[in-house]
Design a protein around this ligand. Structure first.
Ligand SMILES: Nc1nc2c(ncn2[C@@H]2O[C@H](COP(=O)(O)OP(=O)(O)OP(=O)(O)O)[C@@H](O)[C@H]2O)c(=O)[nH]1
Ligand SMILES: [Mg+2]
Length: 466
């Protein structure tokens, strides 16, 4: 048996939004015009190619007062009052829509009743709740506080206690993965007969999520490996203007990094079923900035002690000096490349540049013959910039509810965070070994990649549970 729940309620309360978020389906039609949903439509939840659960979207009640009168009458006289009501309503045009919306329940679906809890309880709500109680089906009420106003919550809860087996607060726009799972867990309790099968559904959801985290970790490691090995070269002519070449090369390098990042982001989006997804990241997000933007390096890079753990200060300290770093200088690839090439530029008046392969222990850009090269990255901070950006994106994606469509209104609800800054020695060593392995044998690299991947699965799980 595949459990089915009909999402019911008054028009425009957020029924379709709740469904979209619960089923992770962004094809559900949502709009601020009451009456957007005109017919019942079922959305299956498919895991591993198998349908495990169904949600049915329904139109809002049109004529609840009349429905209640008729249904009460039928409860007195009929063994299957819902079926009797449907037969009766067939001949009455004004009950047509209400007849429609009761179809799934009449066929055995459980009820999820959605109200916008940011407004007071009205008489019509009591009428609707009474109708649902009379159906005798397992039912749960969901308070979807559209405007975040909570002063009416207690009054709603009081009503719900009378009419429902269980009630929950669930916001269609902000519900995270953890809240979705917790809602499904709660559904188990509304009917004993459903417990075993819903228990299996919850297990399937958890397995599926764990599997997606495995795949996300793979996507991120692939992104890192590609980006860290990335190289761009430019010809250096005697008459070349070094600063111009520097700019061009950096630009190319930055573009390639961005292209790889976008590719990984679109793979992550697909994995979390964001198909029509074109949401903009919060306007202030660092993800809008270029990977080589100095802000990134300051905010998403390593702390000083972490740099020490990873040995990244080895060459750099000599050149830049610790004091520069403690001043908060955005030490990293961009600054170094700028600095190094600035330095070369200064002596580019006829002097040979051959032999200037390493400056500050960082062979980028190195000068091989007539070529200038950026990459592969030799600065471990690069790994952390890319990683933190990937984790930021991951967090945006998993917490972006499918029912949320107000892309343009995205405010500061996601703060940028340096996920790795608090990482201790053990995790830093995994990263350092991975970074160092890129110059070693294929096998060593594979092993190090796998260790990092395993670490990332843990990290992603932590982010999801927050
Ligand atoms: N701010 C905010 N708006 C919400 C939330 N849930 C729904 N809305 C908005 O409320 C409006 C109605 O949402 P729908 O999900 O279409 O409501 P419905 O109950 O399915 O409406 P009908 O199909 O017309 O009965 C849309 O503009 C939604 O974006 C929420 O949690 N927060
Ligand atoms: Mg709707």
């Amino acid at each position: 048996m595949i459990p089915e729940f009909a999402i019911m309620g008054h028009p425009n309360e957020g029924k379709s939004s709740v469904l979209s978020t619960l089923a992770e389906d962004d094809s559900v039609r949502i709009s601020d015009t009451p009456g957007e949903t005109r017919e019942c439509r079922t959305f299956p939840v498919v895991i591993d190619g198998r349908e495990v659960l169904r949600f049915t979207d329904t139109p809002g009640f049109q004529n609840p007062a009349r429905v209640l009168v008729e249904l009460r009458r039928m409860v007195e006289t009929e063994s299957d009052p819902l079926a009797a009501f449907r037969t009766f309503a067939q001949e009455i045009p004004e009950l047509h829509d209400d007849r429609e919306l009761l179809t799934p329940v009449s066929a055995g679906a459980g009820i999820i009743y959605v109200v916008d809890g940011s407004r007071p309880v009205r008489r019509v709500d009591r009428t609707e709740m009474e109708i649902l109680r009379l159906t005798g089906k397992p039912r749960m009420a969901i308070i979807n506080c559209k405007d975040g106003i909570t002063e009416y919550l207690e009054a709603w809860k009081l009503e719900f206690r009378k009419n429902f087996n269980s009630s929950r607060i669930f916001n269609a726009h902000r519900a995270s993965w953890a809240e979705r799972i917790s809602l499904l867990e709660a559904l188990k309790s509304i009917d004993q007969d459903w417990q075993p099968v819903l228990g299996e559904v919850v297990k399937a959801f958890r397995r599926d999520w764990a599997e997606r985290n495995e795949q996300s970790a793979t996507i991120i490691v692939e992104l890192l490996s590609t980006c860290l090995r990335l190289e761009v070269r430019g010809e250096l002519q005697k008459e070349s203007r070094l600063d111009a070449i520097r700019e061009t090369l950096l630009e190319k390098y930055g573009e390639k990094l961005t292209a790889e990042e976008h590719l990984a982001q679109s793979r992550l989006r697909a994995l979390y079923k964001h198909n029509i997804f074109n949401y903009q990241l919060p306007p202030h997000s660092l993800l809008h900035s270029d990977i080589l933007d100095e802000r990134n390096w300051a905010l998403l890079g390593l702390s000083k002690s972490q740099l020490l753990i990873t040995g990244a200060l080895g060459g750099a300290a000599a050149g830049l000096g610790l004091d520069v770093m403690t001043l908060g200088s955005s030490f990293g690839l961009f600054a170094t490349v700028g600095g190094v090439l600035g330095g070369i530029g200064a002596i580019w008046g006829g002097e040979s540049l051959a032999g200037q392969k390493k400056i500050l222990g960082i062979p980028l850009p190195s000068l091989g013959g007539e070529q200038l090269q950026i990459g592969p990255a030799k600065e471990i901070n690069m790994l952390f910039i890319l990683l933190n950006r990937a984790l930021l994106y991951y967090r945006h994606i998993i917490n972006w509810a499918h029912g949320r469509r107000d892309y343009e209104k995205v405010q500061k609800d996601n703060t940028d965070e340096n996920f790795t800054r608090e990482w201790g020695k053990e995790r830093m060593i995994v990263c350092r070994d991975y970074f160092a392995a890129s110059g070693r044998s294929e096998q060593e690299l594979k092993n190090a990649e796998e260790k990092l991947r395993k670490l990332l699965v843990k990290v992603l799980t932590e982010i999801g549970d927050q």
